[in-house]
Design a binder for this molecule. Structure first.
Ligand SMILES: Nc1ccccc1C(=O)C[C@H](N)C(=O)O
Length: 310
């Protein structure tokens, strides 16, 4: 087994892993416990498709709203039944290693959240090979600026991302809003099973083409930026919930824990939760359920419900 970077025995644990082990650590479907890898990925799209069909058939919504000039710069907005000017908005960024997934199969949390008075926005961005990471980060920024400008009376904008989408959401901790002419009313971040340091991902086969230089990886690593030059929340009340599934790989656990620790050191109001008995995909499926801890109102106090729904 060949060690990456020759004799790097100290520092980040991934530097001591063989290529094979690193590949394994960054392949979430290999860590599922109840299904086979293929079956887990299939079920993931199926649940996403069904949740999206249900959301589109049952509530008020605006679909394919352009937030920029690009063909792929569209978002879907799902409104709660009660009409109100001052709604909280939850914006969701899907996962799929920056190269798969779509807004059309990612309306996972729409029904439990609209039922509780939250407008949910599912955002499309140009996945690779069409989009580069820098472009995706820029599109996510634009989508948030669009929602703030469109709904200036919003009761808060909450960002939620899963996997690669959690990476894109976390990049917004570093956004420079002044050049966009509006500062979004960001009240919370829900980062679900994400990757925040992209350097190890450079060495995996699936993502090698997205991240070609160490500079690309660092420029797009919230963990690296927050560690080297901590940012401050615009709104000191802004909360960040970093969650990871119990059955996510050790590298995914490390990534979430280290981001959480860095956020705490930087003065952010962050919490960390390892969600029991779920894998990388089930963690998201649970968000389709009304009685799940992350989508339930007024039960077990969780940062999620505390900040969006109270
Ligand atoms: N489709 C996804 C949706 C969400 C999050 C990850 C994926 C992946 O496919 C990850 C990787 N290709 C895997 O096989 O584990």
């Amino acid at each position: 087994m060949d060690d990456l970077e020759g004799g790097a025995k100290r520092g980040a644990p991934w530097k001591r892993m063989s290529k094979e082990e690193l590949e394994n650590q960054y392949s979430p479907s290999r860590w599922v416990v109840r299904l086979g890898a293929e079956e887990a990925l299939r079920t993931y799209s199926q649940i996403g498709n069904e949740a999206t069909k249900r959301a589109q058939a049952t509530g008020r919504n605006l679909l394919d709203v352009p937030y920029g000039d690009g063909e792929g710069e569209k978002l879907d907005i799902y409104f709660p039944e009660a009409v109100s000017e001052a709604l909280p908005f939850l914006m969701f960024f899907h996962g799929g290693y920056w190269q798969s997934g779509s807004k059309d199969s990612s309306a996972f949390m729409v029904s439990p959240l609209t039922a509780q008075g939250v407008a949910v926005v599912i955002v499309a961005y140009d996945i690779a090979p069409k989009g580069t990471l820098d472009q995706m980060v820029d599109q996510v920024t634009q989508s948030i600026v669009f929602v703030q400008k469109q709904y200036p009376g919003n009761q808060g904008i909450y960002l939620c991302g899963h996997s690669a989408g959690a990476h894109l959401a976390a990049m917004m901790l570093l956004a420079n809003w002044t050049k966009h002419g509006v500062t979004p009313n960001l009240k919370g971040f829900f980062l679900v099973s994400g990757i925040y340091d992209l350097e190890p991902v450079m060495h995996t086969s699936e993502n090698a083409s997205l991240l070609t230089t160490l500079e690309d990886a660092q420029r797009n690593s919230p963990q690296w930026h927050l560690k080297t030059a901590p940012t401050q929340p615009v709104d000191p009340a802004c909360r960040i919930l970093v969650t990871v599934g119990q059955h996510d790989s050790p590298e995914f656990h490390r990534q979430s824990r280290e981001l959480y620790q860095t956020l705490c050191r930087g003065g952010w109001k962050a919490s960390f939760e390892e969600l029991r008995d779920v894998d990388h995909f089930e963690i998201l499926w649970n968000l389709t359920q009304k009685d799940y801890v992350l989508t339930q109102v007024g039960c077990i106090p969780s940062p999620w419900t505390e900040c969006i729904l109270l």
